[in-house]
Design a protein around this ligand. Sequence first.
Ligand SMILES: CC(C)(COP(=O)(O)OP(=O)(O)OC[C@H]1O[C@@H](n2cnc3c(N)ncnc32)[C@H](O)[C@@H]1OP(=O)(O)O)[C@@H](O)C(=O)NCCC(=O)NCCS
Length: 149
Amino acid sequence: MDNRYFILILILVGIITMMGSLFFSLIVGFFLVKVGVDIENIDRFKIHVRMENNSFLSKIFTVKELEYCYSKSNPAVHLAARYSGKEAVIKALTSIDALIPEYNHIEILNNGRGVPVVSINEEGFDNYKFNISLSHCDDKVVGFAVVEK
Ligand SMILES: CC(C)(COP(=O)(O)OP(=O)(O)OC[C@H]1O[C@@H](n2cnc3c(N)ncnc32)[C@H](O)[C@@H]1OP(=O)(O)O)[C@@H](O)C(=O)NCCC(=O)NCCS
């Protein structure tokens, strides 16, 4: 092969590689994905469920969340699950260095299929996407969150 063609091919391969790595670093730089996880004891919430006009519950949960949890036979389980979900969201946001919303501005409600969905009722979170999963057993709950920016 003529040397000039060989050099031209080398230059083209170099340019394509550089553009590829530039594109990759832009994608990685623009889209941040972080996770957060939290585990809670259900017992901690049983005490609060028994208290009337509980200020702790209204500081942490939205009216809709409280309605959902109190519609269940054991509200403490569902309160604890949502609390761990909020903690998981906060952990993921902290690792992005994002603003941290008030607990009762983070709302976790299930969609029609039972899947928990996060919405942040505070300005500054339009560019964030949240995914969450909750689980409970006899005495503990777990929340796991993925935040994309
Ligand atoms: C979805 C499923 C895996 C949940 O298993 P599970 O052991 O009952 O769940 P856990 O106790 O670990 O966790 C409960 C949490 O899971 C979440 N959850 C419930 N259904 C869910 C679903 N379909 N997808 C994702 N998350 C779900 C909720 O946040 C729930 O918390 P909450 O009760 O406080 O709202 C189980 O119910 C299942 O296999 N269902 C079959 C599919 C089905 O029947 N879907 C319902 C259609 S209406």
